[in-house]
Design a protein around this ligand. Structure first.
Ligand SMILES: *Cc1c(COP(=O)(O)O)cnc(C)c1O
Ligand SMILES: [Zn+2]
Length: 426
């Protein structure tokens, strides 16, 4: 039993059956899962959700599966952190971090979309799953496929970070490195899906995959005490998660689970790959594809599949966009780590750096509630932080050496205040 009605074209509204499909036959508009919200009323409630598992599957009534979940049984339900120390540094009143850097099992938001897409692929009877990935998606597909006993083949650009390569290969997928950038890989994947009849999660299973991203938004609302933040800052790569957080907020409003406080959505991109933000800032409905050049590789998509809808949602909500340079991204990674104890990858650094710009420019008022989506983990991209801190000197194993060291300025991410020995304080 499910509340799924159809796959519906976002442009002409034509309905299709629940099948592997990406676009509408008549106008090539993307298709999206349509649900029967009327039928949900009275059945999908705060109580029914709260009674569900401590995972993203607590929202299964709002996800496009028919049977039991088959993947990601422990994915989602990541912390929503009240970031008081960071808020104090930025001079804002109410700041939250939605922390998908600790998503299970592969430490990025992608575990949400893969949980749903892999379950759907198994419902459809596919024997092989794959993806076009900038890294995190390949990790997630490979790990979930390993756990489910399904064959996986992941397609990636040739120049991914060394750590990201290990982080996917270890799960035993077939890894295919392709000369070209993400957009080249993605194009090839459409052909592979057709010819090999594989479930490419972000290509021919894309409508199911993208619904999984809603759970990030559902969790923000539920964890905030069934309330929506007034401002939500979200990274934009292919353009999946931002419109889906919005869809999640709107679904909760439709079902009467939260009040409509007219939430605003803000897109964050790296300066070296900011087609969507550029369009938003220039007041254009359409973006111009770019060739990415940034350390934020997991969000370096120059021709985002759903970029058009990001622009639409941001404008409709009354939000805006910002982009961050590589040094600003690094600074934001350090700031988040030093104030909140959260180590994110450059995608998260980008989002926080952009949030700061939006706050400092007055686009986001300092006295309203703000949520920043942190979508990936810094331990996966240690390379980008290498050389950021001076080497720590080695001392002798003697108390006098330690005493001397305590009086030296030490390299690190925060100023060290020389502490008096306890005896001196007494
Ligand atoms: C994929 C990804 C995103 C966002 O991607 P969308 O395609 O826009 O949903 C953000 N952060 C990280 C770390 C990612 O891996
Ligand atoms: Zn159509």
């Amino acid at each position: 039993m499910s509340f799924v009605k159809a796959l519906r074209c976002k442009e002409c509204g034509a309905d299709y059956g629940i099948e592997p499909r990406t676009v509408c036959d008549s106008d090539f508009g993307p298709v999206e899962v349509a649900f029967d919200y009327e039928a949900m009323k009275g059945k999908v409630t705060r109580a029914s959700i709260a009674a569900g598992p401590q995972s993203l599957w607590r929202y299964r009534d709002l996800l496009p599966i028919e049977g039991e979940p088959k993947a990601g049984l422990n994915s989602g339900w990541t912390p929503l952190v009240r970031a008081k120390r960071l808020a104090a540094e930025l001079g804002v009143k109410e700041l939250y971090i939605k922390d998908d850097s600790v998503n299970y099992p592969t430490f990025s938001y992608k575990d949400r979309v893969v949980a749903v897409a892999l379950t759907k692929a198994m419902e459809f009877g596919f024997d092989t799953v794959g993806c076009a990935s900038t890294g995190n998606l390949a990790h997630s597909v490979a790990a979930h496929a390993a756990a489910a006993g399904v064959r996986a083949c992941v397609m990636i650009p040739h120049d991914l970070e060394a750590g990201k390569m290990v982080g996917m290969t270890v799960f035993g997928p077939r890894v295919v490195r392709i000369r070209g950038n993400y957009d080249d890989v993605n194009r090839l994947c459409s052909q592979i899906a057709d010819k090999y009849k594989w479930a490419i999660v972000n290509v021919n299973l894309r409508p199911y995959y993208t619904e999984g991203a809603k759970t990030h938004g559902f969790e923000i609302a539920e964890q905030l005490g069934w309330r929506l933040p007034q401002h939500t800052v979200v990274p934009v790569a292919g353009g999946t998660i931002l419109p889906k957080i919005w869809k999640a907020y709107q679904e909760f409003i439709t079902l009467g689970l939260v009040q409509d406080n007219k939430p605003r959505m803000y897109g964050a991109q790296a300066q070296g790959c900011n087609p969507v933000v550029k369009a938003i800032q220039e007041g254009q409905d359409l973006f111009h594809p770019q060739k990415p050049n940034t350390i934020a590789k997991s969000i370096a998509i120059g021709n985002p599949a759903d970029g058009y809808y990001v622009i639409k949602v941001v404008n409709e909500s009354g939000g805006y966009g910002a982009s961050a340079t590589d040094p600003e991204i690094i600074d934001a990674i350090k700031l988040l780590a030093r104030t909140e104890g959260i180590f994110t990858e450059p995608a998260g650094g980008t989002t926080l750096a952009c949030a700061i710009k939006l706050i400092q420019s007055g686009r986001i008022p300092k006295d309203e509630s703000i949520c920043v989506s942190i979508t990936g983990n810094g331990l996966k991209t240690l390379e980008v932080m290498q050389g950021q801190f001076e080497e720590v000197p080695v001392i002798g194993a003697k108390l006098s050496d330690f005493d001397a060291a305590m009086n030296e300025p030490t390299p690190g991410n925060a100023p060290w205040k020389a502490a008096e020995p306890a005896a001196a304080r007494a």
